[in-house]
Design a binder for this molecule. Structure first.
Ligand code: ZN
Length: 398
């Protein structure tokens, strides 16, 4: 926040969106701006269509006097597109600015086919989804994309992704922006790209645990990755590598898709469990096959999932000791009772009691939509951040 008495229109919008100040009087109090200046800045936000008067009508003032009109973020002026890529499957949606899914599609999309083809297909999906949602492409303010690999958030490019051959260093933002434009005829829009576990963590933390200041999500599907949200922001490390726990060596001799031996993902991921089931004659080729077997109560799958949980739990003891999170969420294909039991066994055995005393170990609340919701929220937080609002208002001629 700027010095008292200098808050920008973007900072006023932020106060309203967060619910910290939702009347003119509260905004004056929070910022130290005069009544007239608050009025001028709000006027610009009204003209942009970004603010409206609350549907609930006036509220009583805590100081007595006339009831005050509440203000709220007007989420009807734009929509966001989001997509979540898995190795052989993708999910895409049109979302409102407040995170409601307006239209959704999921289907086969094979990451190994390469970025040119996959992102081109996503452009086509987006055009169809907008039609389904009854929204115009010109209403789209931005696109968020979750990918199963480490992402440098400065460039939006993936960096040596073990399970995304052909994507290393590719200009994902540029290609997806172009694909959107080609398939809809609308001008290009900003594209944000992040790792899937990061975006799942962001989506889950914001919707389910907004007060949790240290939140960790571990995704166990074809690979294993973790997302960390600290004080409401994704913690990415210096170049997007934070949370990439799947390639910690745990000492076994199984070869990993990254080329090394003994990685956690090579012994405890959905892919690793599927391989072991297949060796025992049970038809399984992927994390989602394991999920189906677990759902049907297959005893062999349950035993292997529990053992995988123990191996992941051992690594998570270190994670929890380092970060002292309030919530540790297990998500992805293996997130269910046998795996969670295994995680708890080793986690509580290996971590200091001090670091788990206030820890909740939980499973996903948003399920397969977590990545989409996180991707949508990332775009909205980026575009309506105080430092970007001024530039966008000027760009709109407001
Ligand atoms: Zn590896």
């Amino acid at each position: 926040m700027s010095a008292r008495g200098q808050a920008s229109a973007g900072e006023l919008l932020e106060l309203v969106r967060s619910g910290r100040a939702v009347t003119r009087g509260a905004l004056q109090q929070a910022t130290g701006l005069s009544r007239a200046t608050v009025g001028q800045r709000l006027d610009r936000l009204f003209r942009a269509g970004w603010l409206r008067e609350g549907a609930g009508g006036p509220v009583g003032s805590p100081l007595g006097g006339r009831p005050a009109i509440t203000l709220e973020f007007d989420d009807a002026h734009a929509v966001v597109l989001a997509a979540d890529l898995e190795t052989r499957h993708a999910r895409a949606a049109v979302l409102s600015l407040t995170g409601e899914i307006l239209a959704e599609h999921s289907g086969t999309l094979v990451v190994e086919d390469g970025p040119e083809a996959v992102l081109g297909d996503l452009g086509h999906w987006f055009a169809e989804l907008l039609e389904k949602a009854g929204r115009r492409a010109e209403e789209v303010c931005g696109i968020g994309l979750a990918v199963p690999g480490p992402v440098d958030s400065e460039t939006g490019r993936v960096v040596q992704p073990p399970i995304m051959p052909g994507w290393d260093g590719y200009d994902i933002r540029g290609r997806l922006a172009r694909a959107f434009s080609e398939h809809t005829g609308a001008p290009t829009v900003p594209v944000l790209v992040d790792n899937d576990a990061n975006l799942m963590a962001y989506g889950e933390q914001r919707t389910g645990y907004p007060r949790c200041s240290a939140f960790v999500l571990v995704k166990v599907s074809t690979g294993i990755g973790a997302g960390v949200v600290v004080d409401g922001s994704v913690y990415r490390g210096i170049d997007g590598g934070a949370g990439d726990i799947g390639h910690i060596r745990v000492g076994a001799d199984a070869q990993c898709r990254c080329g090394s031996y003994g990685c956690l993902a090579a012994v405890a991921s959905g892919g690793a469990v599927a391989r072991r089931l297949a060796e025992a004659g049970v038809p399984a080729a992927s994390g989602s096959d394991v999920r189906d077997l677990l759902a049907s109560g297959h005893p062999g799958a349950a035993a292997l999932a529990r053992e995988a949980g123990r191996q992941v739990g051992d690594v998570l003891a270190t994670v929890v000791t380092l970060l002292n999170p309030g919530v540790l969420m297990i998500a992805g294909d293996l997130a269910g009772t046998p795996f969670l039991t295994g995680v708890r066994e080793l986690l509580y055995q290996r971590a200091l009691p001090r670091s788990t005393a206030h820890l909740d170990v939980v499973t996903s609340r948003l399920g397969e939509r977590a990545g989409l919701i996180g991707a949508g929220a990332l775009v909205v937080e980026h575009l309506y951040a105080p430092e970007r609002v001024e530039e966008r208002l000027v760009g709109m001629g407001v």
